[in-house]
Structures are given as C-alpha cells and as structure tokens.
Design a protein around this ligand. Structure first.
Ligand SMILES: [Fe+2]
Length: 164
C-alpha cells in the first residue's frame, strides 16, 4: 500500500495537481487494500447487493468504500476508485485509472518486471494508453484461462477505447 501510495503521489506531482488532489491520490493508495486481510465472507455481508456476487478476492475494495462512506467520506471519485480498483468500471476517471494502474505497476510486484517497468516509465503522461494496455492484458488473461469476465471490466474497456 505504501508503494502504491508513493507511486500515485509522484504521478500527482508530475501532473501538477493541487495539494488537496495530491493528498487524495496518496490516500487512495494507502486505503484501497485496507481490508484485504479481512474474511471475505464477512465483507460480503457488508457491501451493497450489486457487489455480493463478486469473487472473494475482489470484495475488499467495495468494503473499504462502504467503511469510508460510513465515516463521512463523500468524495465519489475517491470512493469509486477504491471500490473498483480490482475490476475496473466505466465511471473511473483520472484518479480511478491511476489507482487501477498503480496497483498493477507498483515496483514491488515480481511479475513481468520489464514490461511493468516500461509502462511505469510512460506514466503519468500516457495514463489512458497505459491503463488500456493493462486492461487488455487482464481481459486477455481472463479469456485465455476460461474465467468469467466482470461486466464492469468490459465497461471499463469500452470507456477507455471510447475516450481515445
Ligand atoms: Fe486490492
């Protein structure tokens, strides 16, 4: 979470975002996985019904969003970014796309290291292009392995290609 937050903070500074927005980007990195270690079946009972059919590994995002909302956080962009950081959603704009990508690209991941490095080097200037490449990769993986696609992920893909 610290690495994701620091990557997002660097990107926000490169984009010359305001101090408040930069703090929000950093906060999304710290908070998005806050409940990842909690029992998914307990989380499932706490999230709105539209998330209840999600796989166990995906429930922590919506659960963090509900907790933040119950504690008075009203920033829809931040809340959506966290809720959909594992799956994507057509509503994700700059912060949501950045969190989705930072979670995938954070330097601690030992997964396709060279490719991730090359994508990181293009951020944040090519945010939409890089996010599109990551979503394409994840959707291809899902199809290749015969897994179910989330309609939210397909909506995210369509939103990205339509914003070119
Ligand atoms: Fe996560």
């Amino acid at each position: 979470m610290v690495r994701v937050s620091s990557l997002l903070g660097n990107w926000a500074e490169s984009l010359h975002l305001s101090q408040v927005e930069t703090a929000c980007w950093r906060a999304s990195g710290y908070l998005h996985d806050a409940l990842r270690e909690d029992d998914p079946e307990i989380l499932r009972a706490k999230v709105p019904s539209r998330f209840r059919n999600w796989l166990p590994d995906m429930l922590h995002g919506p659960a963090v969003t509900e907790k933040l909302r119950s504690e008075g956080v009203l920033d829809d962009e931040l809340l959506s970014a966290i809720a959909y950081h594992s799956v994507g959603h057509k509503c994700l704009n700059r912060l949501g796309r950045a969190l989705y990508s930072a979670d995938f690209l954070e330097p601690g991941r030992k997964f396709r290291v060279k490719w991730c490095e090359s994508l990181r080097a293009r951020m944040p200037g090519e945010l939409n292009e890089v996010t599109t490449e990551i979503v394409a990769d994840r959707i291809s993986y899902t199809i290749k392995h015969g897994l179910e696609l989330y309609y939210e992920s397909v909506g995210f893909w369509n939103a990205l290609v339509n914003s070119r």
